[in-house]
Design a protein around this ligand. Structure first.
Ligand code: DSN
Length: 440
């Protein structure tokens, strides 16, 4: 057998091993989810091999008869679900959606405000010296909001004072960006609308983590609270394919469309537009029930760990109003998020290590941060409810606090997962959740 055929076979074998492993794990990565069988069917269609530059009906490419109809359905579903007057479903990811937003709303180099990474901001909101997309790609001067660690939210009064001081120094801020990657509580969007109007600023909101909750009316409603533009990735609490979207007030529609094409995208991954249309239809039908259970589950998981002596962030605020739970593990026997992440993975429990707001002053960084971030979207999608969250907390507790054998726990996790192998909150709840469509 040739070396290339061996590698070809090996790739298929690795894919199979991964898919099989996923059926045995507890996945608590807050930025992931499992898409429905219908979404997975859609994203392997022939659209994946085609181009369709431009807007439906005004394409640069021929051959888009059916592609255009699917994209228009996707746009309509997005507008309806998010109660938006304009939607662009072309960004191929959340970061590309953010780049479209920056391009539509600001000149390169303009000043903006966003949450720092230590406070939950995303790398695509960050400064140039951190390699962040806003700074490194667009040259934006990024100032961070003041943050109240007790409230685990933006400090409105101090941040508005900072904005005013900058204006007094002649340093105009053009754009206020909300949203982030550790997003426990709704951000104070409406509280900034007046200052934005006073100084002629636009407001953006990155809903990547919470877009499914927002679609279901269960988190906050940024477009009604004063945001001019909202971006999303479509594969976190929104259980679609890996893709993105942009929602905006109609006066920004042309600028967003131009930012997508010709500025940002040639191919916009048409198969994922088809998959997104299916996910949006399923969320329109089942989203409220799904979002309610995600939030109940994250509160239950946080409470179950807290009851076992864990230092869960924002305990006196009810821990979280989203899919995410943040925990300080610096006083556990494992001392840092990296070791917790690595040991739990050996036990078939997949989580992220995460920076805590106070890590920097404790001399910790993202390689060995003091925290971990847990998300309940994927396990909720498989039908788990509050009692299962307690069981998961116990498994985590036994690995991290009691130091039990990870191989033994891994076997228990595999057994525990046997009853949760089908995606719920979808039209097809029979096809195995991690089944791999194979044509060879
Ligand atoms: N880095 C991921 C997150 O955790 O938010 C997705 O961009």
């Amino acid at each position: 057998m040739s070396e290339h055929k061996k590698l070809y076979d090996k790739v298929f074998s690795l894919i199979e091993q991964h898919d099989k492993w996923m059926t045995k794990t507890i996945n608590l990565i807050a930025s992931e989810n499992v898409s429905s069988p219908a979404v997975r069917s859609a994203i392997v269609c022939d659209f994946r091999d085609r181009y369709a530059e431009g807007w439906p009906g005004e394409r640069v490419y021929a051959g888009c008869t059916y592609i255009d109809q699917v994209e228009l359905i996707c746009i309509d579903l997005a507008k309806k679900l998010f109660r938006a007057e304009f939607a662009d479903v072309r960004p191929v990811s959340g970061v590309v959606a953010n780049l479209m937003m920056y391009t539509a709303m600001m000149q390169p180099g303009a000043r903006m405000m966003a949450l720092s990474i230590a406070h939950g901001g995303h790398i695509s909101h960050a400064r140039e010296d951190l390699g962040g997309t806003a700074g490194a790609v667009r040259g934006h001067k990024v100032r961070n909001y003041a943050f109240n660690e007790e409230e685990f939210n933006i400090d409105v009064d101090q941040s508005i004072k900072d904005i005013r001081s900058l204006e007094a120094e002649g340093k105009h801020t053009e754009f206020l960006l909300f949203g982030g990657s550790v997003f426990l509580f709704p951000h104070p969007v409406k509280e900034f609308r007046d200052v934005a109007d006073e100084f002629g600023m636009h407001i953006g909101y990155d809903s990547a983590h919470v877009s499914g909750l927002i679609a279901a009316g269960r988190f906050q409603d940024p477009l009604r609270e004063g945001a001019d533009i909202v971006t999303a990735s479509t594969h976190k609490t929104m259980p679609g394919p890996q893709h993105g979207l942009v929602l905006a007030k109609p006066e920004f529609a042309d600028r967003v469309k131009q930012a997508a094409f010709p500025a940002m995208l040639s191919n916009h991954h048409l198969h994922n537009v088809a998959g997104l249309a299916i996910a949006l239809a399923e969320m329109t039908e089942f989203g409220e029930e799904y979002a309610d259970q995600i939030i109940k589950n994250s509160k239950a998981l946080a409470q179950a760990l807290y009851n076992r002596g864990w230092k869960v962030v924002a305990a006196d605020k009810g821990f979280t109003e989203s899919h995410t739970v943040l925990i300080d593990v610096s006083e556990t026997p494992m001392k840092n998020g990296r070791t917790v992440e690595e040991e739990l993975e050996k036990a078939n429990i997949i989580i992220n290590r995460n920076l805590l707001p106070w890590d920097k002053k404790m001399g910790r960084d993202y390689k060995k941060p003091g925290g971990i971030r847990l998300g309940t979207s994927e396990m909720t999608r498989l039908g788990m409810k509050e009692p299962e969250m307690d069981a998961i907390a116990e498994l985590i507790h036994r690995v991290v606090m009691k130091g039990e054998d990870v191989k033994k726990i891994a076997a228990e996790v595999e057994t525990f997962r046997k009853n949760y192998q089908r995606v719920q909150y979808a039209f097809d709840t029979q096809t195995p959740a991690y089944a791999h469509l194979r044509f060879k």
